[in-house]
Design a protein around this ligand. Sequence first.
Ligand code: GLN
Length: 312
Amino acid sequence: SRLLGAAVDEELARALGRVVESVDGGKVADGIPELADVDPDRFGVSVASVLGRVYGAGDTGVGFTIQSASKPFVYAFACETVGTDAVHRSVGVEPSGEPFNAISLDELGRPENPFINAGAIVTTSLVPAADAEERFSRIHEALSRFAGRELDVDEEVYTSEADTGHRNRALAGLALAAGSLATDDVDSATDPYFRQCSLIVTTEDLALMGATLANGGVHPLTRDRVVGERAARDTLSVMATCGMYDRSGSWAFRVGMPAKSGVGGGIVAVRPGEFGVGVFSPPLDEAGNSLRGVAMLEELSARFGLHMFDHL
Ligand code: GLN
């Protein structure tokens, strides 16, 4: 695409500067007490190509918790491990048009959208394991392989999530009652879910995780096949329709890239066959998406023709 043909680092720095000048405001997530402590002025962007070139501007080395941006990667791992059909029996593929913490069950008792909490907790429960610890250790390994390095858990954020996650435990309880949670022990789904949300990443990690999906499941640098092509395709399909909470429609319209946001301020976006993008800026809009992160991807999409329906 036109982005990789340009002087990428310079273009990213210029785009970052334009967004800093024109976009201000938003509100750092306060639902989880430990998340409210982050520096709101941090702002970074990274791009990783399927050929393994990594570019960036701004705060590309700053760690933040992945939060909901973990959801597509756990989804890919679940599809790979138990098969897409089994995943579909427990969780739908519909953009529910509802906020991330909505109570969501369709007429079959499945959460509609795998990328809001209800659906993501069910997806986590689908990873086969004897207990919470084993389930998280499999997810931890899979997400680390997507990043190409071993990721760490932010223990303070995890403890804070676990202490305050009553609504998430309630969502898991409703899914259990409806027959879609894959375990009858709610904590063995929510505990690994809280830990997966608390994994620390940088924009560079998110870009490489996205590039692994862009590359059909093979990490561009380690050459590790993390998931198969089918699981990568299925995950990108859901990212294209369900990745931005109740702004997924306007995102598809304005940016046109499969993506997923998290309340930590990160967004991962994918240009299939070409590259992954990771952005980070903590202040969020009303939907819980990074305000400057969204603006950055709108800027890059418009300037470099990254919308999936550009150049037809
Ligand atoms: N850990 C957060 C929660 O479950 C993740 C939500 C998010 O990033 N939207 O509330």
